[in-house]
Design a protein around this ligand. Structure first.
Ligand code: NAD
Length: 494
């Protein structure tokens, strides 16, 4: 769909304007919260000063969403018409993909080619997929006794608040907007502090494509102010969230203390990649390490634990270390870059803290080298391979950085126990040539997704989400629409 090598990035860089105000009811409006500075982790450059939403601004955005919903200007459209406008929205994103990709890359440090060819492609595909699905959904007429007719119909829930993170900022947003908008809801989107500008631009593109004023409002702001105000708002019907497990739990409390709105949580992960004796070992270890270091490990599904038979440990470390070297970061604007920077200096300190503690406790650590050409003010970190036991913090906690924990196991039973032995349950990976084992073990892995002999494969048709501390509810697929709709039963006595 996109080819980053054909884009005149420097010209776009000169032209691109970072939106700085809130987008509410179809207009740019002033935010009365404390302004936030967008600092590029690529080189410490100040990109823009963004106005943020105060509690009062969030209230206005929710009111605007409520009025749009009750007016039925969107919720009352024929599904086919909504679908056509969603397709126009997708096309508008497609036509502005290069600016959006550049913004994301500068905001959060991923390679600009990745931002365009992977992230924007996913966003356009997602919006198109839900646009196409709009009039393909059917309601139910259950069988009942003669003399009665029962209808089970789906209705939009009302006002949806979406709070999203920065790691795949527009993909995570599209996963929320696709199903909630196509079902007829109005939305208030709170992007992450680091990726506010690209989210604001997305809101404007939706409006320009024909999504009516008030149906999609974007309120940049601080999590503890704007995010919390949305979660505590009495007129929000559904809260959908992607982010950390700690914040997810706080949102459940805010809901309980306000109107008991339903909350959907896509949270953290600690994906185990289990390599069995009969696997294609080189492929399994290589793909797992790549799956850990990709996007600088800032992925909820990052394959951050590699479980290998004990006697193959040294071989695994050797292969993983080679992958680490090949994925060492370079300037995100360099089209050959396999990895960019971490999201911020604060996050860099956090990731470094994990590795420093491991070193101090005598853990075997292999670090790739950082190029001396990288901007000194950038948040760069070289991938790390560590050999640990299953109780080590690198094997238990989500680092959200390019740190691979290699864990030896002695039996398949032990491998399974280690794989399931964290608080998370988002995704698991299994490598084996044995079909029976693939089936048996994938059933025993406690996670929302299991990849067998591959990593991160998927399609819009399949649901995505976790169990245990990784949350509940599913993004993607037609199942996601269930989160944003209510079933209405109408019983007619004939
Ligand atoms: P985070 O939880 O700190 O922030 C996510 C969002 O929540 C941001 O918009 C932030 O402003 C907001 N927020 C923060 N505190 C809040 C509060 N008290 N009330 C309301 N909103 C608040 O997460 P992060 O560090 O930005 O993102 C990384 C996390 O996201 C990781 O744990 C990662 O695994 C997870 N993640 C999960 C998935 C998934 O689909 N399961 C996908 C991507 C990322």
């Amino acid at each position: 769909m996109f080819d980053a090598t054909r884009v005149p990035w420097n010209d776009i860089r000169d032209q691109v304007e970072f939106p700085t105000r809130l987008f509410v009811n179809g207009s740019w409006v002033q935010g009365s919260g404390d302004a936030l500075t967008l600092v590029s982790p690529r080189n410490g450059e100040n990109l823009a000063t963004i106005e943020t939403a105060s509690v009062a601004d969030v209230d206005l955005a929710v009111q605007s969403a409520r009025e749009a919903f009750e007016s039925r200007i969107w919720s009352g459209l024929a599904p086919r018409e909504r679908g056509q406008i969603m397709m126009a929205f997708a096309q508008n994103v497609h036509d502005h993909a290069e600016e959006l990709a550049l913004m994301i890359s500068l905001e959060m440090g991923k390679p600009v080619s990745e931002a365009l060819q992977t992230e924007l492609r996913a966003v356009v595909n997602c919006l198109r997929w839900y646009g196409e699905a709009a009039d393909k959904i059917v309601d139910e007429v259950p069988v009942t006794a003669p003399g009665s007719l029962a209808l089970v119909t789906r209705e939009a829930a009302g006002v949806v608040a979406a709070i999203v993170p920065w790691n795949f900022p527009l993909t995570m947003t599209a996963w929320k907007l696709g199903p909630s908008l196509v079902a007829g809801n109005s939305v208030v989107l709170k992007p992450d502090e680091h990726t506010s500008a690209s989210a604001l631009m997305l809101g404007k593109l939706a409006f320009d494509a024909g999504i009516p004023a008030g149906v999609l409002n974007v309120v940049p702001g601080y999590g503890r102010v704007a995010g919390r105000a949305l979660a505590e708002h009495h007129d929000v019907d559904v809260l959908t969230f992607t982010g950390s497990t700690g914040v997810g739990r706080a949102l459940l409390e805010y809901s309980a203390q306000s109107n008991g709105k339903r909350v959907w949580l896509e949270l953290g992960g600690k994906t185990p990649s289990v390599v069995l004796e009969d696997a294609d070992f080189v492929q399994a270890v290589t793909s797992s390490a790549q799956g850990c270091f990709y996007n600088m490990g800032q992925m909820c599904t990052a394959a951050s634990r590699l479980l290998v038979p004990e006697h193959l440990l040294e071989q695994a470390v050797e292969i993983a270390t080679e992958v680490a070297k090949s994925m060492s970061p370079s300037d995100p604007m360099d089209l050959a870059s396999a990895n960019g920077s971490l999201v911020s200096a604060t996050h860099l300190e956090r990731v470094r803290g994990f590795v420093d503690r491991a070193k101090a406790s005598g853990t075997r650590i292999y670090e790739a080298e950082l190029s001396s050409e990288l901007a000194a003010d950038g948040s760069y970190f070289a991938p790390v391979v560590a050999v640990v036991d299953p109780t080590h913090e690198l094997a238990q906690n989500e680092v959200f950085g390019p740190v691979l924990a290699v864990i030896p196991y002695r039996s398949e039973e032990e491998a399974l126990e280690i794989a399931n032995g964290t608080e998370y349950g988002l995704a698991s990976v299994l490598w084996t040539q044995n079909l029976t084992k693939a089936h048996e073990l994938s059933r025993k892995l406690r996670s929302g997704v299991v990849w067998v002999n591959c990593f991160e494969e998927g399609d819009m048709t399949i649901p995505f989400g976790g169990v245990k501390g990784s949350g509940f509810g599913r993004d993607k697929s037609l199942h996601a629409i269930e989160k944003f709709t209510d079933l209405k039963t109408t019983w007619i006595q004939l």
